[in-house]
Design a protein around this ligand. Structure first.
Ligand code: AMP
Ligand code: FE
Ligand code: FE
Ligand code: ZN
Length: 274
Protein backbone atom coordinates (compact mmCIF):
# COMPACT_ATOMS: atom_id res chain seq x y z
CA UNK A 1 0.00 0.00 0.00
CA UNK A 2 1.19 3.52 -0.77
CA UNK A 3 -0.42 6.12 1.48
CA UNK A 4 -0.35 9.88 1.06
CA UNK A 5 -2.34 11.51 3.82
CA UNK A 6 -1.83 15.21 3.13
CA UNK A 7 -2.72 16.88 -0.20
CA UNK A 8 -4.35 20.10 -1.38
CA UNK A 9 -6.76 20.94 -4.19
CA UNK A 10 -7.97 24.24 -5.61
CA UNK A 11 -10.61 24.31 -2.88
CA UNK A 12 -7.78 25.88 -0.87
CA UNK A 13 -4.34 26.79 -2.24
CA UNK A 14 -3.65 23.80 -4.50
CA UNK A 15 -3.81 24.19 -8.26
CA UNK A 16 -5.68 21.01 -9.32
CA UNK A 17 -9.37 20.24 -8.87
CA UNK A 18 -10.21 17.56 -6.28
CA UNK A 19 -10.98 15.06 -9.07
CA UNK A 20 -7.65 15.82 -10.77
CA UNK A 21 -5.78 15.28 -7.49
CA UNK A 22 -7.40 11.84 -7.16
CA UNK A 23 -6.60 10.95 -10.79
CA UNK A 24 -2.97 12.00 -10.41
CA UNK A 25 -2.59 10.11 -7.12
CA UNK A 26 -3.92 6.98 -8.79
CA UNK A 27 -1.54 7.38 -11.77
CA UNK A 28 1.32 7.69 -9.33
CA UNK A 29 0.40 4.47 -7.53
CA UNK A 30 -1.08 5.96 -4.37
CA UNK A 31 -3.65 3.57 -2.91
CA UNK A 32 -4.79 5.62 0.10
CA UNK A 33 -5.17 9.37 -0.31
CA UNK A 34 -6.38 12.04 2.10
CA UNK A 35 -7.49 15.36 0.66
CA UNK A 36 -6.61 17.93 3.36
CA UNK A 37 -7.46 21.42 2.18
CA UNK A 38 -6.71 24.35 4.48
CA UNK A 39 -9.76 24.98 6.70
CA UNK A 40 -12.09 23.50 4.09
CA UNK A 41 -13.84 20.22 3.33
CA UNK A 42 -15.48 21.59 0.17
CA UNK A 43 -13.52 19.26 -2.14
CA UNK A 44 -14.29 15.99 -0.38
CA UNK A 45 -17.52 15.12 -2.20
CA UNK A 46 -15.94 15.62 -5.63
CA UNK A 47 -12.84 13.64 -4.59
CA UNK A 48 -14.93 10.77 -3.23
CA UNK A 49 -16.91 10.66 -6.47
CA UNK A 50 -13.68 10.55 -8.50
CA UNK A 51 -12.20 7.79 -6.32
CA UNK A 52 -15.21 5.49 -6.53
CA UNK A 53 -14.36 2.17 -8.19
CA UNK A 54 -10.81 3.34 -9.04
CA UNK A 55 -8.88 1.21 -6.55
CA UNK A 56 -7.89 4.18 -4.44
CA UNK A 57 -9.21 4.75 -0.94
CA UNK A 58 -10.17 8.36 -0.26
CA UNK A 59 -9.87 9.51 3.36
CA UNK A 60 -11.86 12.59 4.36
CA UNK A 61 -9.36 15.15 5.60
CA UNK A 62 -8.77 18.79 6.48
CA UNK A 63 -5.79 20.91 7.57
CA UNK A 64 -6.64 23.35 10.35
CA UNK A 65 -4.66 26.57 10.79
CA UNK A 66 -3.84 26.98 14.48
CA UNK A 67 -2.25 29.59 16.69
CA UNK A 68 0.23 28.20 19.22
CA UNK A 69 2.41 30.44 21.39
CA UNK A 70 2.71 33.11 18.71
CA UNK A 71 3.43 30.66 15.88
CA UNK A 72 1.12 29.38 13.14
CA UNK A 73 1.02 25.58 13.23
CA UNK A 74 -1.11 23.12 11.26
CA UNK A 75 -3.17 20.21 12.56
CA UNK A 76 -4.50 17.71 10.04
CA UNK A 77 -7.77 15.89 10.71
CA UNK A 78 -8.19 12.46 9.08
CA UNK A 79 -11.30 10.30 8.72
CA UNK A 80 -13.46 13.21 9.81
CA UNK A 81 -17.16 13.69 9.31
CA UNK A 82 -17.29 17.02 7.43
CA UNK A 83 -20.82 17.77 8.61
CA UNK A 84 -19.77 17.74 12.25
CA UNK A 85 -16.76 19.96 11.48
CA UNK A 86 -18.76 22.62 9.64
CA UNK A 87 -19.26 25.01 12.58
CA UNK A 88 -15.54 25.22 13.34
CA UNK A 89 -14.62 25.65 9.69
CA UNK A 90 -17.09 28.53 9.30
CA UNK A 91 -15.24 30.36 12.11
CA UNK A 92 -11.87 29.66 10.48
CA UNK A 93 -13.09 30.94 7.13
CA UNK A 94 -14.46 34.11 8.74
CA UNK A 95 -11.01 34.64 10.28
CA UNK A 96 -9.47 34.08 6.82
CA UNK A 97 -11.79 36.61 5.19
CA UNK A 98 -11.01 39.26 7.84
CA UNK A 99 -7.30 38.51 7.56
CA UNK A 100 -7.42 38.87 3.77
CA UNK A 101 -8.76 42.41 4.12
CA UNK A 102 -5.95 43.29 6.49
CA UNK A 103 -3.27 41.66 4.31
CA UNK A 104 -4.54 43.75 1.39
CA UNK A 105 -4.41 46.94 3.47
CA UNK A 106 -0.88 46.18 4.58
CA UNK A 107 0.29 45.42 1.05
CA UNK A 108 -1.12 48.74 -0.06
CA UNK A 109 0.56 50.57 2.81
CA UNK A 110 3.84 48.86 1.90
CA UNK A 111 3.56 50.28 -1.62
CA UNK A 112 2.84 46.92 -3.31
CA UNK A 113 -0.54 47.98 -4.71
CA UNK A 114 -4.11 46.72 -4.41
CA UNK A 115 -4.50 42.92 -4.67
CA UNK A 116 -7.62 41.88 -2.75
CA UNK A 117 -9.87 41.46 -5.79
CA UNK A 118 -7.21 39.48 -7.67
CA UNK A 119 -6.52 37.22 -4.68
CA UNK A 120 -10.26 36.55 -4.23
CA UNK A 121 -10.60 35.77 -7.94
CA UNK A 122 -7.68 33.32 -7.77
CA UNK A 123 -9.18 31.64 -4.69
CA UNK A 124 -12.72 31.68 -6.05
CA UNK A 125 -13.91 32.93 -2.65
CA UNK A 126 -13.86 35.89 -0.26
CA UNK A 127 -11.27 34.17 1.96
CA UNK A 128 -8.09 33.86 -0.11
CA UNK A 129 -4.92 32.55 1.53
CA UNK A 130 -1.44 33.96 1.39
CA UNK A 131 -0.52 31.85 -1.67
CA UNK A 132 -3.31 33.58 -3.59
CA UNK A 133 -1.86 36.97 -2.65
CA UNK A 134 1.56 35.65 -3.67
CA UNK A 135 0.22 34.63 -7.09
CA UNK A 136 -1.51 38.00 -7.49
CA UNK A 137 1.76 39.79 -6.69
CA UNK A 138 3.59 37.67 -9.28
CA UNK A 139 0.89 38.28 -11.92
CA UNK A 140 1.10 42.04 -11.29
CA UNK A 141 4.88 41.96 -11.72
CA UNK A 142 5.54 43.17 -8.17
CA UNK A 143 7.74 40.15 -7.35
CA UNK A 144 9.44 37.55 -9.53
CA UNK A 145 7.96 34.42 -7.87
CA UNK A 146 5.81 33.22 -4.98
CA UNK A 147 8.78 32.49 -2.76
CA UNK A 148 9.89 36.10 -3.17
CA UNK A 149 6.34 37.30 -2.35
CA UNK A 150 6.50 35.39 0.95
CA UNK A 151 10.01 36.52 1.78
CA UNK A 152 9.39 40.16 0.88
CA UNK A 153 5.81 40.64 2.18
CA UNK A 154 3.82 37.68 3.49
CA UNK A 155 5.80 35.60 5.93
CA UNK A 156 5.94 36.23 9.65
CA UNK A 157 8.09 39.29 10.33
CA UNK A 158 7.34 40.95 6.97
CA UNK A 159 5.16 44.00 6.29
CA UNK A 160 1.97 42.25 5.16
CA UNK A 161 1.99 39.41 7.71
CA UNK A 162 -1.14 39.51 9.86
CA UNK A 163 -1.28 37.50 13.09
CA UNK A 164 -4.59 35.67 13.02
CA UNK A 165 -6.92 34.42 15.69
CA UNK A 166 -6.99 30.81 14.49
CA UNK A 167 -8.28 28.05 16.73
CA UNK A 168 -5.73 26.84 19.31
CA UNK A 169 -4.06 23.43 19.05
CA UNK A 170 -6.19 21.88 21.81
CA UNK A 171 -9.32 23.39 20.28
CA UNK A 172 -8.44 21.97 16.86
CA UNK A 173 -7.93 18.51 18.36
CA UNK A 174 -11.29 18.78 20.14
CA UNK A 175 -13.08 19.75 16.90
CA UNK A 176 -11.49 16.87 15.00
CA UNK A 177 -12.30 14.30 17.67
CA UNK A 178 -15.86 15.59 17.97
CA UNK A 179 -16.11 15.02 14.20
CA UNK A 180 -15.03 11.39 14.72
CA UNK A 181 -11.56 11.97 13.27
CA UNK A 182 -7.90 11.47 14.12
CA UNK A 183 -5.77 14.59 14.76
CA UNK A 184 -2.26 14.72 13.29
CA UNK A 185 0.45 17.37 13.73
CA UNK A 186 1.39 18.45 10.19
CA UNK A 187 5.01 18.84 8.99
CA UNK A 188 6.55 19.22 12.49
CA UNK A 189 9.96 20.26 11.18
CA UNK A 190 8.60 23.24 9.25
CA UNK A 191 7.83 25.49 12.22
CA UNK A 192 11.49 26.09 13.03
CA UNK A 193 10.78 25.44 16.70
CA UNK A 194 13.62 24.52 19.03
CA UNK A 195 13.58 20.89 20.17
CA UNK A 196 12.27 21.98 23.55
CA UNK A 197 9.38 23.95 22.08
CA UNK A 198 8.53 21.20 19.58
CA UNK A 199 8.33 18.74 22.48
CA UNK A 200 6.09 21.17 24.33
CA UNK A 201 3.81 21.42 21.30
CA UNK A 202 3.65 17.63 20.94
CA UNK A 203 3.00 17.18 24.67
CA UNK A 204 0.13 19.68 24.64
CA UNK A 205 -1.29 18.10 21.49
CA UNK A 206 -1.13 14.57 22.93
CA UNK A 207 -2.66 15.68 26.24
CA UNK A 208 -5.58 17.20 24.30
CA UNK A 209 -6.27 13.87 22.56
CA UNK A 210 -4.10 14.25 19.44
CA UNK A 211 -3.10 10.85 18.08
CA UNK A 212 -0.48 11.15 15.33
CA UNK A 213 2.50 13.01 13.89
CA UNK A 214 3.58 13.36 10.26
CA UNK A 215 6.90 11.51 10.49
CA UNK A 216 7.68 11.21 6.76
CA UNK A 217 7.67 14.00 4.18
CA UNK A 218 9.46 14.24 0.81
CA UNK A 219 13.11 15.21 0.95
CA UNK A 220 13.65 14.67 4.66
CA UNK A 221 17.01 13.38 5.87
CA UNK A 222 16.85 9.85 7.33
CA UNK A 223 18.12 11.23 10.65
CA UNK A 224 15.22 13.69 10.75
CA UNK A 225 12.70 10.94 9.98
CA UNK A 226 14.18 8.82 12.78
CA UNK A 227 13.97 11.75 15.19
CA UNK A 228 10.28 12.22 14.35
CA UNK A 229 9.56 8.49 14.74
CA UNK A 230 11.19 8.61 18.20
CA UNK A 231 9.25 11.73 19.15
CA UNK A 232 5.96 10.11 18.09
CA UNK A 233 6.81 6.95 20.01
CA UNK A 234 7.70 8.89 23.13
CA UNK A 235 4.26 10.49 23.25
CA UNK A 236 2.34 7.39 22.15
CA UNK A 237 1.50 8.88 18.75
CA UNK A 238 1.02 7.04 15.47
CA UNK A 239 2.93 8.06 12.34
CA UNK A 240 1.57 9.59 9.13
CA UNK A 241 2.99 10.01 5.60
CA UNK A 242 2.52 13.35 3.87
CA UNK A 243 3.54 14.86 0.54
CA UNK A 244 1.73 18.17 1.26
CA UNK A 245 1.09 18.25 -2.49
CA UNK A 246 -0.11 21.64 -3.80
CA UNK A 247 0.21 21.08 -7.56
CA UNK A 248 2.34 19.55 -10.34
CA UNK A 249 4.67 22.57 -10.32
CA UNK A 250 6.62 21.23 -7.33
CA UNK A 251 7.97 17.82 -8.39
CA UNK A 252 9.77 17.29 -5.04
CA UNK A 253 6.40 17.31 -3.30
CA UNK A 254 4.39 15.28 -5.79
CA UNK A 255 1.69 12.85 -4.71
CA UNK A 256 3.20 9.75 -3.13
CA UNK A 257 6.66 11.35 -3.01
CA UNK A 258 7.00 10.81 0.73
CA UNK A 259 7.25 7.05 0.11
CA UNK A 260 6.30 4.51 2.73
CA UNK A 261 5.95 4.75 6.48
CA UNK A 262 9.35 4.20 8.14
CA UNK A 263 9.92 1.13 10.30
CA UNK A 264 9.09 1.72 13.92
CA UNK A 265 6.16 4.04 13.23
CA UNK A 266 2.66 2.82 14.05
CA UNK A 267 0.45 3.44 10.98
CA UNK A 268 -2.10 6.17 11.60
CA UNK A 269 -4.68 4.40 9.43
CA UNK A 270 -4.92 1.59 12.00
CA UNK A 271 -6.72 4.16 14.16
CA UNK A 272 -9.73 4.20 11.85
CA UNK A 273 -9.62 1.24 9.52
CA UNK A 274 -9.17 -1.82 11.80
P1 AMP B 1 -2.21 30.57 4.72
O1 AMP B 1 -2.86 29.34 5.29
O2 AMP B 1 -3.13 31.36 3.86
O3 AMP B 1 -1.53 31.39 5.77
O4 AMP B 1 -1.08 30.05 3.73
C1 AMP B 1 -0.19 29.06 4.14
C2 AMP B 1 0.30 28.31 2.91
O5 AMP B 1 1.19 29.15 2.20
C3 AMP B 1 1.08 27.07 3.20
O6 AMP B 1 0.23 25.96 3.32
C4 AMP B 1 1.92 26.92 1.96
O7 AMP B 1 1.15 26.32 0.94
C5 AMP B 1 2.17 28.36 1.55
N1 AMP B 1 3.48 28.87 1.96
C6 AMP B 1 3.89 29.14 3.22
N2 AMP B 1 5.14 29.65 3.22
C7 AMP B 1 5.53 29.70 1.94
C8 AMP B 1 6.73 30.13 1.27
N3 AMP B 1 7.77 30.62 1.95
N4 AMP B 1 6.74 30.04 -0.08
C9 AMP B 1 5.71 29.55 -0.78
N5 AMP B 1 4.56 29.13 -0.21
C10 AMP B 1 4.48 29.20 1.12
FE1 FE C 1 -0.85 25.39 1.59
FE1 FE D 1 0.49 22.96 6.26
ZN1 ZN E 1 -0.72 21.34 3.74
Amino acid sequence: MIADLHAHSNRSDGTLSPAAVVARARERGVTMLALTDHDSTDGLAEAAQAARGQGIELVNGVELSCRWQGTDVHVVGLAIDPVRLAGGLAAQQAARAARAQRIAERLQRAGAGEHLAAACALAGSDHPGRPHFARALVAAGVVRDEEHAFNRYLRQGQAAYVPTDWVGVSGAVAWIRAAGGVAVIAHPARYRLTRTRLRRLVAEFAAAGGQALEVKLPGQQPSQVEAMVRLADEFGLAGSVASDFHGPGSPWADLGAAGSLPPGARPVWELWCC
